[in-house]
Structures are given as structure tokens and as C-alpha cells.
Design a protein around this ligand. Sequence first.
Ligand code: XLS
Ligand code: NI
Ligand code: NI
Length: 436
Amino acid sequence: MSYFPEISNIPYEGPNSRNPLAFRWYNENEMIEGKTMRDHLRFSIVYWHTMRGGGSDPFGMATAIRPWDDGSDSLDNALRRVEVAFEIFEKLGAPYYAFHDRDVAPEGKTIAESHRNLHKVTESLKAHQQKTGVKLLWGTANMFSNPRFMHGAATSCNADVFAFAASQVKTALEVTKELGGENYVFWGGREGYMTLLNTDMKREMDHLGKFLHMAVDYAKKIGFSGPFLIEPKPKEPTKHQYDSDSAACINFLRAYDLMPYFKLNIETNHATLAGHTMMHELDYAGMQGMLGSIDANTGDLLLGWDTDQFPTDFYLTAQCMLVILKWGGFTTGGVNFDAKVRRESFEPIDLFHAHIGGMDAFARGLRIAAEVRKDGVLSDFVKHRYRSWDSGIGKEIESGRATFESLDAYITGRGEASTNESGRQEMLENVFNRYL
Ligand code: XLS
Ligand code: NI
Ligand code: NI
């Protein structure tokens, strides 16, 4: 049975197509830099927004009442959603999806019942994966919605809540492994604080370090080898989230000896909430070998919260892809659309338009980035800009032979530094625009 009989598999029709249900840029088998577009982009659809988002906001209830969803918390309803989800994944030609435990299966009255529900739905997810070839990019546990997590999960002041979270992640890891998930994500929704007046930050962060080590140990035990990913976000829901940006996460991982097991899952809208560009966050992670995956979306620069909109801006996607390609592209990660349709876009077909737009925006971004790299104008400029480090005094400093005394003698002999050159930002922006 089909839930979208009027929609066929979305075809690639090329840039001149006027068909809103076709790709204009995403041609999955086309080769770019020696790899298919499918393998470069590794698109993934999220269960939480696409299957569970209804458009409710602090001022009103859900607007998107899905015809297949009876609104109940029953297992039957959860299992029906799986059918719908895989029809969407398949018709869009997305090779991956991602979910939280509570997106796919209802929470029970006890934790044992919740685990049973999750295992039950996992059987169906597995069968659908086998039937369609769609794979799991990552699994995660929702440890932020239920009121028990009001003070945090691994960083709660209540040790029982820590234990509850541990049990939840243990099961989520088992399920992710069972489904062949390629990564496991931690987004610390409530891992942070509102006021230091009631918070022992040192103790909370130590607990978080312990928690993640337990996850690493358990993953080893059950043979889950995919990397763990931390998803930085600076605020919302808490005022100070511990995993605030790439630099803070990497510092935390290094301080708690977790570097070998973790990478980052970087989200565009979280980068901008942190006061950074997405490119900065990607480059910072990339230079430390910590770029794992991305949550592709975009924020509204006029609104100061996580609006999770679908990315449509080629300038943004081209710059993202330029940094991602620079650091070697994805291995286990991918372009995961952590994005939701607007509250006003309440019809099921809007889910298709949204994903087609996001996939095309990243496909176009990939094409642009590859052209920029092929011509090499930008990378040549950067290389040339740093040429004073390739020989002479620069080379001596980089190779570790220079000291304050030797540099003092060198510059005293010359009397003044050599003349600076323009950074040419405006010219480079014009060069970049040639490729758009
Ligand atoms: C919320 C986060 C969340 C994670 C998964 O802002 O983006 O959706 O991606 O827990
Ligand atoms: Ni996210
Ligand atoms: Ni987000």
C-alpha cells in the first residue's frame, strides 16, 4: 500500500526542469572528483521532524495532522509511521535516515517497557532497511523531552537520572548496532545550566566525562565500531550548554581522554547561534581531524533561535562543501537534514518539496565547490599569501629552529618588517561569485 500514490520516485531532470517534484542538481550517479554525488553527500532524513513534527510552537498546537497518524502513543501507530517513513526515504532517493529512540517508539510506563517498545519497532525498521536498502546514518537517545531530565541527563544533580540515562543509551546503542548504524550521536539537550547559583559545574562535567567513557566501554563490548559524535549547540534549551561549539567540545573531549572515540556532528543553525559561521565550525573541527558529520539546515538571521529551516542558499552550501572537501569529505558521516517544514506548510507534499530543495541546494553546492577547487584560484591565493613561511626566517620558525634571541637578532638587523600586502577580500568574494 502507498501513502503517496500521486508521487513517484523523484527523478533528476537537470537545471532547466520546471517540475517541482524533480531534482535539478542532484544526479546521484554523476561523478564529481572521482566519486558519485550519492557517495559525496550521503543524504539522510530525520525521523523527529519529518515523522513526528507537527508544527506546534509556544503559541499554538500542531497544524500538520498527518492522515496516517492517529495521534496515539500506540505501537500500531508507531509501526505505521515506519511504513510511511520508508516510502518517503525511498521516493526521495535518500540513502540514510536518523532517529532518537523516542521518535520511533513510544515511551512505556517503566523503562523496561520502553526498551521492549523500541526493540519491537527496531524489528520493523530492520525489515524495511533490508527491503529498501536505506541505511541508518546514526541513532541517538532523547534525554531532554521527558520532565525527569529537567536538570540534565548525564549532568543531572540526581544520580538516579544519570542511571536512567545510562540505561537508555545502552539500549539505543544496542539498537543502533542491530540496525548497522554508522555513527552514534550525543546532543546534550539538557546538559548545561541556567544559573551557577545552583550548579556545581566541575562535578557535572566530570559526570559527563564518566558517562561518555561508559558509552565507549559498552560500545566495545557489543562490537559497535562506528564513531561517537558530539553535536555542539551553545544555548536553547539551557542558557549555557556544555557542548557549546566545536572548540569547546574538542577541549572537553581532550580533557577527558575521549578524543580517539569521538568526532563532531556540526549543525548550521547551532553554529550561527554560537556566533560563528558554519564554515568556521567545520574548518575548526576539520583541522583537528574531528569533522564527522553535519546536520544540514539553516537559521533565520532575523530570529535568534534554532529555526531548523531547510537549506536553500547556494552560497552557504557551496562554502560548506568547500570546507568539507578540503578535509577529505565524509567517511561515516553525511548530510543529515535536521530541518523542519514551516508551521504553515502543513500538507504531506511539503515534506517532499522541502527535501528536494535541501538536496538540490547541497548538490549545487558540491558542484560549485568542485569547480572552485579545480581552478585552484582561491587555494593558490592562500598559498601565495603565506609564502613568507616557505623559506628564510618563516621556515626557521616553523621548523622549530628559531628562538626569541635569534628572531631579535634577525629583525634588529633589518630594522623593520617587510611591507604587507592586501588581503584582497573583495576581489576574492568576486572570484567566488564567478562560480555561482
Ligand atoms: C537540537 C538538535 C537535535 C539533535 C539530535 O537542536 O539539533 O535535533 O540533532 O538530538
Ligand atoms: Ni541536530
Ligand atoms: Ni538544532
